[in-house]
Design a protein around this ligand. Structure first.
Ligand code: BES
Ligand code: MN
Ligand code: ZN
Length: 499
């Protein structure tokens, strides 16, 4: 893992060295500190703004190099724009870091003040979160720094000058835990399958024990004893054995309280199996474990911030390969639930993995609610593009909470329909169900397949195929693997399951 950005909060009275970021509102609205820097520089800063036609528009920036009369090497003005719509401090932190990286500015500092006065400690902590998220890059296999490897140029530390540094630092604690979770998820998604197979992934999950998570890794013999025949069928073509990992964080004051459960699809590589995928773009299928990565990152974040919740994370880790031992189209397999499945397409494998993981979590933990995440279908990208993940649920309240958490964090969800007409498409002549529906609505029939393994628990399924990998770059993410879902579900827990 690359060294994370170090953030320090210090009192406003010290003089910044290196690059100092000054936040500027609409029509050059500047805080007292910004004005005093300009005064010290003999008006050079505001003059540069005029020349550069910088007026503080949102996301705009202007730099003044080695201004006279101030200690800083560079003053970097960053526009906040108008007060409406409300400022998103995580985004601001991301764009500040983006500007610092593109200028290779280090050391770097931000003055936590606007024309409205000191920025609230929680907002500064959000800014720092955005900066940490933006400064992530996947460098594990780079033996030397390179131009496309931007955040090698990231400042190793960011100093935030502010009115109430202790409060900001305190507020930042839980955000740093969250950022660690997001960045762990990104690391796992970005890592290729040759070095991150089911066994290696399980080993990574085991490291969460250091943070106080209880981790169990179920091996082949245990999975067979549990009759997880659907999950095992997916892995049976691979030379590498399958695993199921159970992560438990017990943070509630009532240690016996029923947990909220998170279940992730962890197909470390999806060739499609015998129903093989075309070669073009197949390398992206190293990210077919993004659901599992999110669950692992989330469990780390919850533990690191000592969330007052009982949470369980379950990830099914398999590799979907074609071989002499692989499952075939037409095969009829069992499942832990006892239901039989006719596999008409071996590329519809994620749902087979989840079927057993979902059944297991209900049998063992009787959770209050279950949220599963999976890069489940290409069809969800056809429906929603890369802006929203698909949300499917049997429970309006849970769905509403998730939608709100998505809007609050920017990890947005769009609810998709579920009803028996879609479910019928899965009926099979030869077994209890088929693993695919008809030609259309593929993400919906996939969700209905999962629903057949849900008893009467509140459940939501997030199809994250469009948002978790090869996703749109944002102010807070430059990485191929976005870490989608960690912030969303941390928010869900904070708002509805803690205490
Ligand atoms: N892992 C894929 C879905 C996927 C596709 C994720 C592209 C990210 C990008 C999944 O296992 C799959 O192959 N789904 C099939 C289902 C079909 C065979 C019913 C699909 O979407 O084509
Ligand atoms: Mn597949
Ligand atoms: Zn898949």
């Amino acid at each position: 893992m690359p060294d994370p950005l170090e953030v320090r909060f210090v009192p406003l009275d010290r003089t910044p060295k290196g690059t100092v970021v000054v936040l500027v509102g609409h029509e050059l609205a500047m805080a007292a500190s910004g004005k005093s820097i300009d005064r010290a520089a003999g008006g050079q800063i505001l003059k540069a703004c005029k020349v550069g036609r910088f007026v503080g528009a949102r996301k705009s920036a202007l730099e003044v190099l080695s201004p006279n009369g101030v200690d800083a090497d560079r003053v970097l003005l960053i526009g906040l724009g108008e007060a409406e719509p409300a400022l998103d401090w995580v985004e601001i932190g991301g764009s500040v870091m983006g500007q610092l990286i593109s200028r290779k500015a280090k050391p770097a500092a931000v003055i936590g003040e606007t024309s409205e006065g000191p920025v609230a400690p929680a907002d500064l902590a959000d800014l720092a979160l955005g900066a940490v998220l933006r400064s992530y890059s996947f460098r594990k296999f780079k033996t030397k720094p390179s131009a496309d490897n931007d955040s090698a140029a990231a400042p190793g530390e960011l100093t935030v000058y502010c009115r109430a540094p202790e409060e900001a630092a305190e507020a930042f604690q839980r955000r740093r835990a969250l950022a660690e979770g997001v960045n762990l998820a990104r690391d796992l998604v970005n890592e290729p399958a040759n070095t991150l197979g089911p066994v290696e992934f399980a080993e990574r999950a085991q490291r969460l024990a250091d943070a106080g998570v209880e981790v169990e890794v179920l091996d082949m013999a245990q999975l067979e004893a549990l009759k997880m025949q659907a999950l095992l069928a997916v892995g049976q073509g691979s030379a590498r054995p399958s695993r199921l990992v159970v992560m438990q964080w017990t943070g509630s004051s009532n240690r016996k309280a029923k947990p909220i459960a998170f279940v992730g699809k962890g197909v470390v590589f999806d060739t499609g199996g015998i129903s093989m995928k075309p070669a073009k773009g197949m390398e992206d299928m190293k990210g077919d474990m993004a659901g599992a990565a999110c669950v692992t990152g989330l469990m780390l974040a919850l533990a690191k911030r000592k969330a007052a919740v009982n949470a369980v994370g379950i990830i099914g880790l398999v590799e979907n390969m074609p071989s002499g031992t692989a499952m075939r189209p037409g095969d009829i397999i069992g499942s832990m639930s006892g239901q039989t499945i006719e596999v008409l397409n071996t590329d519809a494998e994620g749902r087979l993995v989840l079927a057993d993981a979902l059944w297991y979590v209900q049998e063992r933990f009787k959770p209050k609610a279950i949220v599963d995440l999976a890069t489940l279908t290409g069809a969800i990208m056809v429906a929603l593009g890369k802006e929203h993940a698909g949300l499917f649920s049997n429970n309006d309240r849970l769905a509403g909470w998730l939608k709100e958490a998505g809007d609050a964090t920017g990890e947005r969800l769009w609810r998709m329909p579920m009803d028996t007409a879609y479910d019928k498409e899965l009926d099979s002549k030869n077994a209890d169900m088929k693993n695919i529906g008809g030609a259309y609505g593929g993400s919906i029939t996939a969700a209905h397949f999962l629903k057949r393994f849900i008893q009467d628990t509140a459940w939501a399924h997030l199809d994250i195929a469009g948002v978790a990998m090869a996703s749109n770059r944002t102010e807070t993410n430059e990485s191929w693997g976005s870490g989608f879902g960690v912030r969303l579900l941390d928010r869900l827990v904070t708002d509805h399951y803690e205490g």
